[in-house]
Design a protein around this ligand. Structure first.
Ligand code: SAM
Length: 295
């Protein structure tokens, strides 16, 4: 199979064959197969041999486009389930599908509305060069929707470097925000390597970063809906004191903060992950008591 994938025509010919990049779909393609191999290796599964780092894994790829990363995932031993919004990609990916001997399934669909549990087996690995215009909502969905641990065993994604900074952001840093709290509470997150604009066709304006997420099973107890709302309110007005920004969430922010042992004059950007979790737990308890009282 590896030899059949290697024998496919160079990726650049795929572009000249009609898949011109569409800005509206965030299309910035990778043609350097050494780089796509490196991304596939960053998604490696534990116990897999070095020459087949994805052996035995099912990989969900969002946006295969012309299929450069897809080739690398297949060569690394994965079975690939790809979700691509651009219908033109189906014909472009057909020769790769043939070379893959049944190990590549392509769904022409919008990843933002995909039913992942229907498409992907439990324990699948996500690996993608994400379309920048939908990266954040996709990540927030994967981090907050459904039971925890999630259907995916790990996620290795290329995003804009600024988004990567927000994912691994820490208190006190300018890029610390809601995405960083949701990511940090639910996953071990690490920036793996940076990629310059020149690696893409057409080149984007900014650098990119490959980030790897490994879910924390112990995060199952965190009330994620409450955390999502608390962080939206707290970072909605990040420069304000929490007694003011949390007013969009509750009528008595000072009491909520007092119960969590947090000074009302604190600001969202200075709170640790555990402070947000405590606030979310207290807020969730309050909501549950209100529902009980109404029943
Ligand atoms: N994987 C290819 C590569 O690395 O060369 C293409 C990556 S390109 C940055 C993003 C891809 O995501 C494009 O192929 C684009 O058509 C696709 N895409 C954009 N929005 C999408 C969506 N909502 N759902 C699924 N695919 C989408």
């Amino acid at each position: 199979m590896r030899r059949r994938v290697d024998a496919l025509p160079p990726l650049r010919e795929v572009l000249s064959g009609g898949l011109t990049a569409k800005k509206s779909l965030g299309q910035h393609f990778l043609f350097d197969l050494n780089l796509t191999d490196k991304i596939a290796r960053a998604a490696r599964v534990a116990g897999a041999p070095p020459d087949a780092p994805l052996a035995g894994a099912t990989v969900v790829e969002v946006g295969p486009g012309p299929g450069g990363l897809t080739r690398s995932l297949l060569k690394a031993g994965a079975e690939v389930v790809a979700v691509e919004k651009d219908a033109r990609a189906a014909a472009v990916l057909a020769p790769l599908q043939e070379a893959a001997d049944g190990r590549l399934t392509v769904h022409i669909a919008d990843a933002l509305t995909a039913d992942w549990r229907a498409i992907a087996p439990e324990g699948a690995v996500i690996c993608a060069n994400l379309p920048y215009n939908v990266a954040t909502p996709l990540l927030v969905g994967w981090l907050t929707e459904g039971p925890w641990p999630p259907w995916w065993a790990s996620a290795t994604v290329m995003v804009q470097r600024e988004v990567a900074g927000r994912m691994v952001g820490a208190p006190g840093r300018d890029d610390y925000g809601r995405l960083g709290v949701l990511t940090g509470v639910r996953c071990h997150a690490s920036a793996v390597f940076d990629v310059p604009p020149t690696a893409f066709v057409p080149p984007p304006k900014v650098w990119s970063t490959v980030v790897r997420l490994d879910p924390k099973p112990e995060a199952a107890d965190t009330p994620i809906g409450a955390l999502s709302r608390v962080t939206a309110a707290a970072f909605g007005q990040r420069r304000k004191m929490l007694r003011s920004s949390l007013r969009s969430l509750v009528s008595d922010p000072e009491a909520l903060l007092g119960d969590a042992g947090i000074a009302p004059t604190e600001r969202a950007e200075r709170l640790e992950l555990r402070d947000f979790v405590r606030l979310a737990e207290i807020y969730a308890d309050r909501l549950a008591s209100a529902v009980e009282r109404e029943a």
